[in-house]
Design a protein around this ligand. Structure first.
Ligand code: NAD
Length: 385
């Protein structure tokens, strides 16, 4: 079996940013080559996550300066992002593509993959089950994002996080309010607590309160009636009345905070708008708001995707691509997720990837196969698109 890993920093895939991560690390390449797999990696693929070609070579990979001779022969293309149309057309029509496909918002790309007979594995669709945890790229990257967002906030704050008692005076701990306590939010809470901040958090899923409190933070209790979660554990969309109630109840906590970090997402849909300009205006000068969702629509009114801006003395951080700030760890974790996925389904005897679409992991994350869209959620979503 032949696997190809692209240099995504050089190649304009379906991204608007320069990708720093790589879909393999020298460690995962060594594990793949030990299985007898031929691993091809495009020159400098690991450069921006600080892995050199010679490390991949030592792990058994063939480093190639052009993908031309092999692109049509490879069995599996490993990506962090999605291949663009030009690349899709050059793949063999039974090739497997694995990457962040962003399928709910990339109907035309998914249609192209489907029309070209590609089997597409969308890492976003890997189910949140115990068995699939080691393959869960959304979680690995969100954990790093939680840490990075706190670091970004701290770097922009004109004060410190911990309480400091000195002969020159006592500094109170900074107040941080984290909205959305999923994987990224919980990691942000843990990071802020380690730095000595006083942390308050809120999530529409009440089950999260206990996890927040176990990290030493307070949970803001707001009664907005039935919220709950989907069968996959994701938040449900709120009614207009619930949204208004939430906004009013959160205003005081936001105005009282030095840092607000918003991490609220709705799977397969645009993130909810949580903080309006009228609420931002109530914050103290120098406060910092980090909007994790700035690139996909924004939790905060006025946040700019890819930028840190100032609005009336408040710093609004909307940089996005958070895990890329710690590109080496992000590459290591993503590469491990992908290796674990391959390892689960590569047959030890034949060395082939076993496409068992009855398996609960593949049934969810394989979204195109044999010229058809194989995920019901997507078929449903595309009907309305
Ligand atoms: P996510 O990225 O979809 O959303 C982030 C958080 O925002 C969620 O906690 C969500 O409830 C919250 N949110 C949505 N709208 C909100 C609003 N208006 N106000 C406040 N908060 C709002 O979530 P995620 O981090 O990907 O996690 C989704 C679920 O999957 C969670 O239940 C998580 O525990 C679970 N999970 C399970 C596993 C596993 O068992 N293997 C792995 C990872 C995550």
């Amino acid at each position: 079996m032949k696997i190809l890993i692209l240099n995504e920093s050089k190649r304009a895939l379906l991204t608007s940013h320069t990708e720093k991560r790589c879909a393999a690390s020298p460690n995962t390449v060594a594990k793949l080559t030990r299985k007898g797999i031929d691993v091809f990696i495009e020159q400098d693929a690991g450069a921006l996550s600080l892995y050199e070609d010679k490390e991949f070579e030592a792990a058994g990979a063939h480093v190639v300066d052009t993908i031309e001779p092999i692109i049509s022969q490879i069995n599996i293309l490993l990506c962090v992002n999605s291949p663009n149309e030009e690349l899709i057309l050059r793949l063999a029509n039974n090739a497997i593509v694995i990457g962040h496909i962003d399928p709910f918002f990339q109907k035309s790309l998914v249609t192209k993959l489907c029309q070209n007979g590609i089997t597409t594995v969308s890492v976003e669709m890997i189910p949140r089950t115990s068995r699939a945890q080691k393959m869960d790229a959304l979680s690995s990257q969100a954990s790093l994002a939680g840490y990075v967002m706190v670091m970004k906030a701290v770097a922009n704050l004109p004060s410190i996080l911990p309480m400091m008692m000195t002969p020159s005076g006592t500094i109170k701990p900074a107040k941080i309010f984290i909205i959305g306590a999923g994987v990224a939010g919980l990691q942000a809470i843990a990071t802020a607590k380690r730095l000595g901040a006083s942390v308050l958090a809120y999530d529409t899923r009440p089950v999260v309160a206990e996890q927040v409190e176990s990290l030493g933070a307070k949970f803001l209790k707001i009664d907005i009636g039935d919220t709950g979660e989907t069968k996959d554990g994701y938040a449900k969309e709120l009614t207009e009345q619930q949204k208004n109630k939430l906004e009013a109840a959160q205003q005081k906590a936001i105005a009282d905070s030095d840092i607000v970090i918003t991490t609220a997402q709705l799977f397969g849909r645009k993130p909810p708008l949580l903080i309006k300009s009228s609420t931002l205006e109530k914050m103290r000068l120098g406060s910092v708001v980090v909007d994790m969702a700035a690139q996909s629509g924004g939790n905060v009114e006025g946040s700019k995707a890819g930028e840190t801006i100032k609005i009336n003395g408040i710093t609004l951080v909307g940089n996005g691509n958070w895990s890329q700030d710690v590109a080496r760890d992000a590459t290591d974790m993503y590469a491990n997720n992908i290796f674990n996925l391959l390892d689960e389904f590569i047959d030890a005897d034949t060395g082939n990837f076993l496409l068992d679409l009855e398996d609960d992991i593949l049934a969810n994350c394989v979204i195109t196969h044999n010229g058809a869209i194989t995920n019901d959620m997507l078929t449903e979503a595309y009907k309305g698109a």
